[in-house]
Design a protein around this ligand. Structure first.
Ligand code: SF4
Length: 279
């Protein structure tokens, strides 16, 4: 420190004031410096605290993001599970429907089977019942004598002609035979007359009758046994009224081999026979 020489009170006063001012200035600077240091420390602490807070925030953010990701995954998994559940539910419902249909079909099938069995039983019972029944023809055979059967005749009918015609018709069916009801229908005969006529034909030995069940009812199949020799077949023969019959021989000039009358007659007879068979 430089020692100054005080020469007057005014100078002393001035020196003191200057020293005081300097002291105040220094003090101010010192205070300012202290304040700045403290502020720096505070700021530093603040920055560090902020850093810590930011770090915590960053960690929390990361955790939140991680949680969000986990939640997202969970949500996706949940959606998938729900979708699967729906699909499973639909499948279960579809299966249920199929099973129900199968069950219904099974029930129907069983019901159908039962109905068929019942029908079969009913038919068998009906058949047995029918088999136990006696036919109208069997009753007739019991009621009528053999002569009554053989002499059966229909009013205003040439019975010989009818017998021959019916026998020829039955013969045309050869070994297959024909059901009597069909034949009676062709001939426009009643069942009563037809049954009697069949018995008559059987007694005459022209046909045989075979008892058969047709559509659940007894009837007879008529089969040819023998074709009777009939004069009907030759009653229109030209030879019977031929004026040159006496001169006619197989090797002569007049001969059936060359006879136009015979030829015409045979053709006519054939046509007639065919017409009868068609009818
Ligand atoms: S075959 Fe002729 S010619 Fe001889 S008898 Fe008969 S119709 Fe007469």
């Amino acid at each position: 420190m430089v020692k100054k020489e005080i020469t007057s009170p005014a100078k002393l006063k001035k020196e003191l004031e200057e020293a005081k001012a300097e002291l105040v200035s220094r003090n101010k600077k010192l205070k300012l410096s202290v304040k700045t240091e403290a502020k720096k420390k505070v700021d530093k602490k603040k920055v560090e605290a902020k850093k810590k807070v930011d770090k915590k925030k960053a960690v929390a953010k990361k955790k939140a993001e991680a949680k969000r990701k986990v939640d997202k995954k969970k949500a996706v998994a949940k959606k998938k599970a729900e979708a699967k559940k729906k699909v499973d539910k639909k499948k279960a419902e579809a299966k249920k429907k199929v099973d129900k249909k199968k069950e219904e079909a099974k029930k129907k099938e069983e019901a159908k089977k039962k109905a068929e069995e019942a029908k079969k039983k009913e038919e068998e019972a009906k058949k047995k019942e029918e088999e136990a029944k006696r036919t109208y023809e069997e009753e007739l055979e019991e009621q009528l004598t053999e002569d009554e059967i053989k002499n059966f005749a229909i009013d205003k009918t040439d019975m010989d002609k009818l017998v021959n015609r019916v026998t020829e018709m039955i013969a045309s069916y050869a070994t297959n035979g024909i059901l009597q009801n069909i034949l009676w229908r062709k001939l426009k005969l009643s069942s009563r007359d037809g049954s009697r006529l069949a018995l008559k034909l059987e007694k005459l030995g022209n046909i045989t009758r075979e008892k058969i069940l047709e559509n659940g009812r007894w009837t007879y199949l008529l089969l040819i046994k023998k074709i009777p020799i009939s004069t009907i077949s030759i009653e229109n023969a030209p030879c019977l009224v031929c004026p040159v019959e006496g001169k006619c021989s197989t090797d002569g000039e007049i001969s059936p081999k060359t006879c136009v009358y015979i030829e015409d007659w045979v053709l006519t007879e054939l046509k007639t026979k065919k017409r009868h068979e068609t009818n």
